[in-house]
Write a protein that binds this ligand. Sequence first.
Ligand SMILES: Cc1cc2nc3c(=O)[nH]c(=O)nc-3n(C[C@H](O)[C@H](O)[C@H](O)COP(=O)(O)O)c2cc1C
Length: 168
Amino acid sequence: MQTMIDGILSRHSVRKFTGESVKEADLNLILRAGMAAPSAMNIQPWAFLVVTDKAILNNLCRALPYAKMLDKAGAAIIVCGDSKEGNWVVDCAAATENILLAAHALGYGAVWTAVYKYESRIEPVRRECKIPEDMIPLNVIPIGIPSDKNSKAMDKYREDRIHVNVWQ
Ligand SMILES: Cc1cc2nc3c(=O)[nH]c(=O)nc-3n(C[C@H](O)[C@H](O)[C@H](O)COP(=O)(O)O)c2cc1C
């Protein structure tokens, strides 16, 4: 990856993994990237739950209908927001994008799988990972070595989504 822009433009959701684990040093760097995200008034209303235990990954896989890739992920990061802070969703979303980009930059694949605002997903994730009541899991991000080396990003550039000076 040559530049940051290349990294941003080539990032894409990866849903098929080899099952290999994620190096601890890489996980730390990915978490550091998450925490480097901007947040309103720099409150940083987040906490990151790192799951490497296969039994927990499998239980989450069973509980989450749109995260079935978890059983082959090397690890997962659950981005949790402090519900007492009004901007927790947008701040945690910024942290999530940084995590996705960092995972991609290090050669891993990852995907944002939704938890919030579905009570049917929040509750089992909270129970499985013992997340305290005031923290809300925004998503689960499975991370792993991509098994399909040919998967690539879509070109989502749309000129009609751009307005210059005044809405046209
Ligand atoms: C808020 C949000 C929720 C998402 N939830 C899921 C999900 O539950 N499962 C999944 O496989 N992908 C999920 N995605 C990933 C999107 O499907 C994906 O980002 C979109 O199709 C664009 O593809 P790309 O990430 O490869 O650019 C989610 C993305 C966002 C931003």
